[in-house]
Design a binder for this molecule. Structure first.
Ligand SMILES: NC(=O)c1ccc[n+]([C@@H]2O[C@H](COP(=O)([O-])OP(=O)(O)OC[C@H]3O[C@@H](n4cnc5c(N)ncnc54)[C@H](OP(=O)(O)O)[C@@H]3O)[C@@H](O)[C@H]2O)c1
Length: 370
């Protein structure tokens, strides 16, 4: 392999002259030691490697790195944009700042690379996206959005420049990278039950080589039948509450919803005045909300979101409503009809018998707010 490679990341790596000493003094699983050994392996195979420390969202830093690459190698002929950070967290709890930070290296980073390399005659630009843009994952709204940007960018570039820009929607990888690290985390292991189906590094390398020889701007890489996978994901969302913690069982949810919250807070200052329940149904729902949200009193026009409700709390409330009021409400209904008065009206409506039609049966899937 005679490749000339420029490897850019934010983490600094010690100067080459100190590598033997570093490797001798640090464990073999030290991340920096691993990077050094991987670079050495590439060089043993005949590659020339330039290591640069830069943040892809920092225009000046990237400008310096690219200038260094030009000086050392004379030109740049291809780009693999693999910078990414794991997002994570329910959308209701995510602030704009958190989402922006998670998305920056794919959004800003791609635009900065595009701006800095526009005068280079590139043979290829490869953007590392994820299968999650078509196979949604709970709590990954910013990660999915950032990768969806890569997909759209590849299509737009192909249309605009007729150059080879490819977004690869990778399935999860075994052994290396973000997913492998997350799967080792016991708190996240529940999201990686299909880890054995992930791509082996050898499969990933083979897929990459094949993708470079095809003309499409977007390629989805799935280790198993994608249609089956999408159907499985849909039924997973139908049957399980959206949370990053291990999925609670029905029994644990019931217990959580039935057990009074020990700390009760007084009603916060809300945008609308307090209105007491007017009938038995409203009183029942008020008690369920107070119990689960730990706030008292709650008025019938108080907004679920203003009271701090999120998807997990909504799941508990809906589970309890199903038990106590035999309702068929979805988790989404807490967000669509976010007050007790509206919810009771929905419960009454949901109790009305409906004549089953083929269409209504096929629409029975519950929507879960992410
Ligand atoms: N692993 C998977 O299963 C999988 C699946 C689908 C898609 N992908 C995508 O594939 C790409 C590579 O993922 P990976 O799993 O190999 O992750 P990884 O091992 O964490 O590699 C990501 C690299 O991006 C660098 N980076 C992050 N933010 C950066 C920034 N602002 N500027 C410059 N470098 C930055 C990181 O280094 P520093 O932190 O030192 O900057 C790291 O070297 C990601 O875009 C990911 O979304 C991965």
């Amino acid at each position: 392999m005679q490749a000339k490679l420029v490897l850019i990341s934010r983490s600094p790596i010690p100067p080459r002259a100190t590598w033997p000493q570093w490797l001798a003094e640090n464990d073999s699983d030290n991340p920096t030691s691993q990077k050094i050994r991987e670079v050495q392996q590439l060089e043993d195979l005949g590659a020339e490697v330039l290591i640069c420390c830069a943040d892809v969202t920092d225009y000046q830093g990237m400008e310096r790195a690219i200038a260094q690459a030009h000086t050392q190698f004379g030109g740049i002929h291809g780009v693999i944009h693999g910078a990414g950070v794991a997002g994570g967290g329910l959308i209701q709890l995510k602030t704009r700042a958190i989402a922006t930070e998670h998305m920056a290296c794919k959004l800003q980073g791609t635009l900065i690379l595009d701006a800095l390399l526009q005068d280079c005659e590139l043979d290829f630009v490869v953007l590392f996206s994820t299968l999650n843009t078509v196979q949604p994952a709970v709590g990954q709204v910013d990660y999915c959005a950032a990768n969806a940007f890569l997909d759209a960018f590849a299509w737009a570039q192909t249309a605009k420049r007729n150059s080879l820009t490819i977004s690869i929607n990778w399935d999860g990888w075994q052994k290396v990278g973000l997913a492998a690290a997350a799967a080792r985390d016991p708190r996240l292991a529940n999201n990686y039950r299909n880890f054995d189906d992930f791509l082996s590094p050898a499969e990933g390398v083979e897929a990459f080589a094949r993708i470079l020889h095809q003309p499409f701007p977007q390629v989805l890489v799935s280790t198993t039948d994608l249609q089956v996978k999408l159907q499985e994901t849909r039924s997973e969302f139908d049957n399980h509450p959206p949370d990053h913690t291990p999925t609670p069982t029905k029994a644990s949810l019931t217990t959580a919803a039935s057990t009074p919250t020990t700390t009760i807070h007084s009603r916060p200052n809300l945008s609308i005045p307090y209105i007491a329940p007017r009938n038995h149904d409203e009183q029942t729902v008020v008690e369920i909300w107070q119990n689960i949200l730990g706030i008292e009193p709650i008025g019938i026009n108080d907004s679920f979101l203003e009271l701090g409700g999120d998807s997990l709390i909504a799941t508990q409330i809906v589970t309890r409503l199903r038990e106590v009021m035999a309702s068929h409400l979805s988790v989404a209904s807490l967000f669509e009809t976010p007050t007790i008065a509206m919810l009771v009206a929905s419960v009454k409506e949901s109790r009305q018998p409906k004549s089953p039609t083929p269409d209504s049966q096929s629409n029975e899937r519950e929507e879960i707010e992410l």
